[in-house]
Design a protein around this ligand. Structure first.
Ligand code: COA
Length: 286
């Protein structure tokens, strides 16, 4: 998929007809695109977020697909509120097949000066929020033999300047994903994660690209471009569909190769030096 293709040109628009999906952070960005992709292939979708007005507007747009869409406000840090939102969706839709733990918070902050509350806030939203989501969905997924999908990040396994708080939270998510795959496999529940690369037009990338410029990011991506939210959403649909019925405990990296940058600046310097030396040799050939 190049990103230009619509998902429904590539897979059946009835791939997930009648399935029920719950997406945290579904009011905007990658998680909205995930909700949109699910609805486009027939799923009923509940989107969850902190701001009811934002959720209502997003839900209205999603309804163009003709499936049932529910705005279910809750802060993922509030386990009880999330339980209620998940139960509401399951009651409305008659069950739940997939839950997407996508809500996240991010900002750059040096490890030596981020406040304990700043660090805790990101861990609370990303890691605790993901655990609350999976836990709230467990009873429903046990019935449907459904799946959990975590939206993770390369910071989980790549050290990343000014992202110690995010790395800690995302590494926890990856570990949680694998543990739930192990523990809940016997209930027929699958658990996987997606690692998005830099995705254009998202709040997350606005926060991470603005201070350094988009070129610095693009230069670090072997495919040489930002990804599109639809490219993450397509993988979310595949991983939650019967196409992935034997996939669990998998971390699926959808990052244009960003995670391959290895020693980062050093790799770039080596590439530039080798290219310069080859060009010099070519130029000196008689
Ligand atoms: N640098 C350092 N610390 C920061 C910060 C920044 N840019 N932004 C917030 N913090 C700290 C605050 O100072 C506070 O700590 P303190 O009490 O010690 O001062 C703590 O984080 C909580 O901040 P607050 O604004 O009260 O939290 P919130 O719950 O209202 O918002 C955030 C959560 C901070 C993650 C906010 O950025 C947010 O809502 N993000 C959602 C959208 C988003 O990040 N999208 C990208 C996803 S990849």
């Amino acid at each position: 998929m190049t990103g230009a293709s619509r998902l429904t040109d590539l897979v059946s628009p009835t791939l997930l007809t009648g399935r029920a999906v719950f997406v945290t952070g579904g009011g905007s960005g990658i998680n909205y695109a995930i909700a949109d992709a699910f609805a486009s292939v027939g799923a009923n979708v509940a989107i969850c977020g902190r701001t009811p007005e934002k959720l209502d507007a997003a839900a209205e747009t999603l309804r163009r697909h003709g499936t049932r869409i529910l705005a279910a406000p809750a802060d993922v840090r509030d386990a009880e509120a999330l339980d209620a939102a998940v139960d509401l969706a399951a009651t409305e839709f008659g069950g739940l097949d997939t839950v997407v733990a996508g809500a996240a918070g991010n900002f750059y902050a040096p490890a030596e000066s981020i406040s304990p509350n700043g660090f805790r806030t990101v861990v609370d939203i990303d890691l605790l929020g993901s655990f609350h989501t999976a836990r709230a969905a467990f009873d429903h997924l046990k019935v449907s033999h459904g799946s959990i999908l975590f939206v993770s990040a390369g910071q989980a396994y790549l050290s990343f300047s000014h992202q110690a708080h995010v790395g800690a939270a995302k590494a926890g998510i990856e570990n949680l994903m694998a543990n739930l795959a192990l523990e809940w496999g016997r209930h027929g529940i699958r658990s996987n994660s997606i690692v998005p690369g830099p995705i254009e037009g998202t709040e997350g990338m606005k926060r991470l690209a603005e201070p350094v410029g988009t070129d610095a990011w693009t230069a670090a991506v072997p495919l040489g471009r930002f990804g599109r939210a639809e490219e993450i959403a397509a993988m979310a649909v595949v991983l939650s569909s019967p196409l992935a019925s034997y996939i669990t405990g998998a971390r699926v990296v959808v990052d244009g190769g960003l995670g391959l940058s290895g020693l980062g600046a050093l790799s770039r310097t080596i590439a530039e030096a080798v290219t310069a030396s080859r060009t010099e040799k070519e130029a000196s050939k008689p």
